[in-house]
Design a protein around this ligand. Sequence first.
Ligand SMILES: Cc1cc2nc3c(=O)[nH]c(=O)nc-3n(C[C@H](O)[C@H](O)[C@H](O)COP(=O)(O)OP(=O)(O)OC[C@H]3O[C@@H](n4cnc5c(N)ncnc54)[C@H](O)[C@@H]3O)c2cc1C
Length: 318
Amino acid sequence: MKDFNSLQQRYPETENFVGSGGLRGIVHPQVFGNEDQINEKLRYAAEVKYKVEGKTNPLRKLTQLPGVLSHTNHIVSEYIGHEKNGVTPVSLRIFGDENTYQQMKEATFKNPYTLADADKIEDNLLKTIQVYLSGRKNIAKEVMIDNTLKIAMITLSLYASKIFCKRVEGKNIFQIGEEGFACPFYRSFSDNARCVPHFVTAMKALFENKKTLNVNKMPSSMMFYSSALEMTPLEYYQDRVQKLVTREIGAIHLMNSGLDLVGSAVISLRSTSIPSYKLRMRTGGRAFLNEINNNNNNEANNDVGESAARRKVGCSII
Ligand SMILES: Cc1cc2nc3c(=O)[nH]c(=O)nc-3n(C[C@H](O)[C@H](O)[C@H](O)COP(=O)(O)OP(=O)(O)OC[C@H]3O[C@@H](n4cnc5c(N)ncnc54)[C@H](O)[C@@H]3O)c2cc1C
């Protein structure tokens, strides 16, 4: 659908319309006038996805991860998928700055970069990818499947429409899913799923021609009984979704500041030898440290021109 009015003309008897077109839906711009209560870019990141042979595990948070992160230029968070047909997907989210994003924003999920595009990858980011892959290869003992690695740049944004439903010329119009509300850090899907019961309750009341719903007001304490409140189905949906969105905006801002704290902790780790010392005691830790030390020495010895890190990724990691 390109035009909401033409949809209404096609279905003149329809009383309820639901915009669920995700971030590129047409109902939000055409019916809700693109009015947002929040639309904030919180982070820029590179998403590195690849596949490995068999099963693999995340790096251990206390004994392995700090040692690897203390050698990277960025905070990295890893997500290990489920093994299927002998293959496990791995995702690395590497938090970076706006300059790197602008430099590499042509790398998208549809047209990702690969390590063959090393000359287009920002130097510090390339180094982080190289170090992290070396960590996973030596410590998690994973074997990457050739030509599976893809890199895409993403922004992590927090977005919510100003309102989530309204009545226009006798029709009820709802927004559900990311058309109305989207948040980062892998919470969007479940947050939007939590709106579904409220949507169902509102729609049921509308189909039953109920003008109002009796809803329980949350008691201020378990000592008091809850008191009933009357709301129209639209008021009910608006109220419940807004409550969730308000809670989530707080939670996301907290998580975002948490990332800054992790960043500072990682920077302070770099000035101590404790993480590397702990890593040296672990299987694969010594091999990892030797590999990155060799890379660093090679870089220092190599002449300027094409970056040493770039050559290293091309010939050693892959
Ligand atoms: C790479 C990636 C990884 C993600 N990982 C996670 C995760 O791990 N956890 C998590 O919680 N969330 C994750 N998300 C977010 C999650 O995918 C979304 O929250 C969820 O898909 C939103 O669902 P939706 O139905 O609102 O919108 P969408 O899934 O975007 O669906 C909207 C649908 O409407 C269609 N559409 C849009 N406009 C029109 C139109 N005008 N006419 C007809 N059809 C139209 C679209 O083609 C699409 O099929 C991820 C997103 C991406 C891109």
